[in-house]
Design a protein around this ligand. Structure first.
Ligand code: ZN
Length: 262
């Protein structure tokens, strides 16, 4: 968990005041870079120094307003199916989220969230076969998504920083929507039962969430617990990759706040 002692923080500030780079301090003290830049920001503010105005578009470095509901949704999308990478020819990283053509509503929800979280950056749609890739470029992506790192998300620890957890706690439904929109679905199973000699068809709507990362499934179920949605884990093969929401009252809650993809 990202709890750092005042000792570590003091060490970081001493290095920063001495002119060390954020990235170097982060590496040396094993603290996320986003946390280092946040400490630096607070330290400067406390000492009455203005932050450098090189790129005034970051809630973490410059303390500008963050649209929290939009961020909570975008965080869900990112953890589910988003990628942060460097394209050749660009010095700035981009966040890419693929949206299937068949869900135009999701495409516009995702695009809106990107614009709300990154109001100073351009968001673009890149047409691919059967889908669009939505991209936003910002050098502050790692500040807002400190879970970015080498390798696949399921092969490393995914832990939210306290400020991210606070946003998710305040806006759990947006986070759940983002995760369902990227790695989940609503399906209708049905069965027949014979009641007093009459065969009847019964339908069971369900929500599924499928992600290989134990940590990401844990964040999802933790948010479900918070809003009172009951869930179970389904084993697929030998790994419990799937979370199911099948109880009537819980499905009704999910329908009211998330609904089928559109
Ligand atoms: Zn930043």
């Amino acid at each position: 968990m990202s709890f750092h002692s005042t000792d570590v923080r003091q060490k970081a500030l001493t290095l920063l005041r001495g002119g060390a780079k954020n990235a170097d301090v982060a590496r040396e003290l094993s603290v996320p870079k986003g946390t280092i830049s946040y400490w630096k920001h607070l330290d400067r503010a406390k000492r009455g120094e203005c932050s450098a105005k090189r790129d005034p578009s970051c809630p973490r470095c410059d303390g500008r307003h963050l649209d929290e509901p939009a961020y909570s949704y975008l965080l869900g999308l990112y953890l589910g199916d988003g990628h942060i990478s460097h394209c050749s020819g660009h010095s700035v990283p981009n966040l890419m989220i693929a949206c299937a053509e068949s869900w135009p509503g999701l495409l516009s929800d995702c695009e809106r969230a990107m614009r709300q979280v990154f109001p100073d950056n351009s968001v673009c749609r890149v047409r691919k076969t059967g889908c669009y890739n939505l991209k936003v470029y910002s050098k502050h992506l790692p500040c807002l998504f400190p879970q970015h790192g080498p390798g696949k998300k399921h092969s490393r620890r995914i832990v939210l920083e306290p400020w991210q957890q606070a946003v998710v706690n305040t806006h759990p439904w947006e986070f759940i929507r983002g995760l369902i929109h990227s790695d989940g679905c609503r399906v209708t199973n049905w069965t027949t039962k014979t009641v007093r000699g009459v065969r009847k068809r019964y339908e069971y709507p369900r929500y599924f969430f499928s992600n290989k990362s134990d940590d990401i499934r844990g964040l999802f179920t933790c948010a479900l617990d918070k809003v009172g949605v009951k869930w179970t884990t389904l084993a697929r093969g030998s790994d419990p990759f799937n979370i199911s929401v099948a109880r009537k009252a819980s499905v009704a809650l999910m329908d009211a706040h998330v609904g089928p993809k559109y």
